[in-house]
Design a binder for this molecule. Structure first.
Ligand SMILES: C[S@@+](CC[C@H](N)C(=O)[O-])C[C@H]1O[C@@H](n2cnc3c(N)ncnc32)[C@H](O)[C@@H]1O
Length: 332
């Protein structure tokens, strides 16, 4: 393990804090508590309250000391950020001043071989953030070949998806694939081993695809964006950090449509129809990236993109879930 992997600095923290525009007395939702990096900094920066959510029981467990330290101001909740409406309602909250999401796996999850997220470390082929439900091993050993290929193609943006799915099926016909190492060798049968000139390991995209599938990650993201739109008070901020293009595309499309820059309904409605008033204003154009100083210290920050919106007075808009079509890859 290199010293880089030991590094657990929260990604784009300064930019996140500034985009949230914290104020004393505010209520903020950290939808991805993880190692608590954002939550800790938010609590330090303003006399505010934080509701921090994580679906991983280990993250919630590790956060108990921080919750005790800020007993009056921090509520730690085990659950899915896509379920934010119910989780906030349970805490008696009907409106918030900011929501931050730092999408993806934490270093704690990635670095622990027993969680099965990493193709670099041999361990059980698990990949469940919530440690409940079907595992990645269940998926690769039971899904129909076409479905596996669709998942790998869509969620992994992998051009060799068919060949990889075939190799997985050949391997599981001999013996169920139970470990990350066994999956990596099945993938390498289709792709060959990593060569010096390859930018990324041949298993990277398939592992990403299975992780997204196992955790329903894109559906979760879409649900959380809509929940934030519903719960943010006028002037409240939504700040989202993503790490790959599938997620960023969803966030970008959401903000573009909410800011009135793209009428998602235009395909289905008469041209003359007045678009709904924007539910978000954009504090800056496009996205922010980590500084070169941060990416030099923390390689994970290299692919980070931060997008933000400021909630207006307008009512929430219609769902973008159908337009995005994210749930279809894994379910047919
Ligand atoms: C990149 S880490 C967050 C790191 C955090 N910002 C910090 O500073 O320590 C992402 C975390 O979000 C959690 N997570 C991912 N998807 C989730 C979901 N749908 N609902 C709740 N938590 C989720 C993961 O379990 C993981 O702990």
């Amino acid at each position: 393990m290199t010293t880089h992997n030991m590094f657990h600095e929260p990604v784009m923290l300064a930019e996140v804090l500034s985009a949230l525009k914290l104020r004393d007395g505010g209520i903020y939702v950290d939808g991805t508590f993880g190692a608590g990096g954002y939550t800790r900094a938010i609590l330090e920066k303003a006399r505010c309250k934080v509701v921090a959510i994580d679906r991983d029981p280990d993250a919630i467990q590790a956060g108990q000391a921080l919750a005790r330290q800020h007993a009056e101001r921090l509520t730690l909740v085990e659950g899915r950020f896509g379920d934010m409406p119910a989780l906030l309602a349970n805490s008696g909250i009907s409106s918030v001043d900011g929501v931050v999401l730092d999408i993806g796996v934490s270093s704690m999850q990635l670095d622990e071989p027993a969680r099965g997220f990493s193709f670099m470390r041999d361990g059980p082929l698990d990949m469940r953030m919530a440690q409940a439900g079907a595992t990645a091993a269940d998926a690769v050993n039971t899904l129909a070949p076409e479905q596996l290929s669709r998942i790998i193609h869509i969620f992994g943006e992998e051009s060799r998806a068919r060949a990889i799915a075939r190799a997985i099926v050949r391997a599981r016909d001999t013996e169920p694939i139970a470990t990350t190492g066994a999956l990596v060798s099945a993938i390498e049968k289709a792709t060959g081993r990593q060569r010096a000139q390859d930018r990324i390991h041949p298993a990277t995209r398939t592992f990403q695809a299975l992780r997204i599938h196992v955790n329903g990650e894109l559906d979760e993201l879409v649900a959380a964006l809509h929940a934030a739109e519903k719960f943010l008070a006028p002037g409240g901020r939504l700040v989202v950090v993503t790490f790959h293009s599938l997620e960023d595309r969803i966030v970008k499309r959401f903000f573009t449509s909410r800011a009135g820059k793209l009428s998602l309904a235009s395909r289905h409605l008469p041209e003359a129809r007045t678009p709904p008033p924007p539910s978000f204003e954009l504090p800056f154009k496009g996205h922010l990236e980590a500084t070169s100083g941060e990416t030099a210290r923390n390689p994970r920050a290299r692919s980070a993109k931060l997008r933000a919106g400021i909630r207006t007075q307008a009512p929430p808009m219609a769902s973008i879930a159908d337009e995005i079509g994210v749930s279809t890859a894994g379910r047919h």
